[in-house]
Structures are given as C-alpha cells and as structure tokens.
Design a protein around this ligand. Sequence first.
Ligand code: NAD
Length: 315
Amino acid sequence: MARRVLVTGGAGFIGSHIVEAYLAAGWEVTVLDDLSRGKASQVPAGVPLITTDIRSDLARATVASGGFDVLNHHAAQIDVRYSVEHPSGDADINIAGFVNVLEGAGKGGVRRVVFASSGGVVYGDPEVIPTGELAPKRPVSPYGVSKLAGEHYLRALGGLYGFEGVALRYANVCGPRQDPKSEAGVVSIFVSRLLADQPLKIFGDGKQTRDYVSVQDVARANVLASDAVLGDSEEHDARAFNIATGVERSVLELAEAVGRVTGRVPVLEMEAARPGEILRSALDRRKAAAVLGWRPEVSFDEGLVSLMEWFQSEG
Ligand SMILES: NC(=O)c1ccc[n+]([C@@H]2O[C@H](COP(=O)([O-])OP(=O)(O)OC[C@H]3O[C@@H](n4cnc5c(N)ncnc54)[C@H](O)[C@@H]3O)[C@@H](O)[C@H]2O)c1
C-alpha cells in the first residue's frame, strides 16, 4: 500500500515541488494550505487540497484522522521583516500553528514529522563557515526564533507522542515558482528584473555571500528524510540537517551569473547596506550526505536556467 503524507504549505513555492517529488516516489499525497500565499493551481491534479489555516481545529483534526505516515510541515509566514514588525503574529503562525498540527500528529499516530527550518536564520551570524549543525544557535529575528522554537517542539513533542521529528535547515532556496516579490527571493528578483531590462539593486558593497540550493534538490531531501534511518540521540541537533551546497556566492557573483544565463548585461544600482544583514552564510552539508544520502545535483547555472525558463513560460 502507498504511504501517505500530508504536506502543509503544499500550494507554495517549496511545498509544491515537494508534493511532486513525493508523487514521483509513489507516495499518496494530501495538501493543507490556507492559500494566503500559495496557489491552488500549483497543486497537481488529483491531489486533495484542504484549504484551512494551520491554527484551525480542522487542520488539527485532519492530521489526527487522515491515517498519515508522515506530516511534512512547510506552511509558515516566511517574511523576516514582518516578524520584526509583528513578532506575535509570526509566533502565532510559526509556533502556535505548528504546535497545533503536531498535536494532531500525536493523536493520529503519525510516524515521522519533517519540518522546514532555516539554516539562514537559526545560526544567526555564524563564526564558522561553512556552518555545521552543532554551531551555536543565536537567531537574530523573531522569524529565526520561531524556527528554532519549532525545532524544540518537534523534539519534545516527538518524545511525548512517539513520532520521529526531522528538521531540515535550508540555505537560500531558489527555483521556479519563487515569488520575486518575496523577501527571500534575491535570485528570483534578479532573474525577473533582468528579463524585464530593469537594473539590479545591490545593498552595500555586494560582497555579502549566501549559499543557494535548488528547490528540486530540496524536494528530494524531503523524500529522503521521510524514510532515512535516524539515530536515537536526544541531543537537539541529532535530527537536524543542513540542506545546502556549502558554496558561498556573493551578490555581485550572482548578478554576473544571472547576466550570463539570461544573455543580458546587468545594470547595477548600488544602495546603502541594510542594517542587521548577515555578511557571510554557507552551510556544511556533510551530515545530510552521511545520514540521508543527500547531495545537491542541480548546478547553480542549471537552477538559474530553469528559473528563467519558468518566468518566460509564465509570460
Ligand atoms: N524560501 C527559502 O529560501 C526558505 C529557506 C528556509 C526555510 N524556508 C521555509 O520553507 C517553508 C516554505 O517556504 P516557501 O519559500 O515555499 O514560502 P511560500 O510562502 O511559498 O510557502 C508557504 C505556504 O504556506 C501557506 N501558509 C502560510 N501561512 C499559512 C497558515 N497559517 N495556514 C496554512 N497555510 C499557510 C502559504 O499559502 C504558502 O502556500 C516555510 O516554512 C519557510 O519558512 C524557506
């Protein structure tokens, strides 16, 4: 019998790719999403979509009664700036909403919960690059705190309710369906602006670095994390995995690469550095390779090409 998974946030950017990856691996998939940012059109035909908020009684009851083997949790408010302006609103969705569906997972006998955490925010401004899972966690933004709190609830409630929790700490995820209006999507912003012959804004000197991982690779990591054999350690980081390339790329290098792939010459507009912006970020991916058998397979340029083709197909 096919295994069953509920993907919260499955109508969104990353979640919709995860749904496709589970289907390709033979899973039976249900999506739960309030469509606040996601789109019903991004849910593949034939996949049931339950349109509700993760904070609702319906969401909890759905997880509790659906006979799911795995709860894959990607629904979240993802805007760091919103979390700074409305920390309680962020915590309400990202902590209380997550705990609500975890209660359902406990009642429903879910075997494993895969949680979308963020390596870009839980470590804060890291001292060692590429940053390993055991590095100190010093989130700066309320969004980072809510992701780290989610990891703690995952471990503690997993122990109480008997499910295995896996936290995937993503680097900067990029690829088709990423909203260029979203804060997280610098790659998507650059590609869409260059295709529209608009200048690229660079904050500060452009030497700040990020680790860009393709959404297709992230989706594959989720399927692997749903089945991988995990250790029994009670340590906080034992079941946390960086999902990243480990490669640092500066914003200037990104602008250059986007120019190369789109065949256009980027015009750069230099702006003042943004206060509080982390200068360097790249994550050590060796643990995901050793335990999940995951390695990134999509090259940076291939990822840019697939994003460009998606923008062109969207018109
Ligand atoms: N994009 C990145 O680079 C990145 C990096 C690290 C972690 N993440 C995490 O990955 C997950 C998916 O992010 P994304 O970039 O695909 O964003 P997204 O906004 O495209 O996806 C989030 C989905 O959750 C849904 N949603 C939001 N609030 C909800 C609520 N209260 N109830 C039900 N559904 C709700 C939205 O409609 C959307 O479909 C998030 O948990 C995010 O924090 C993303």
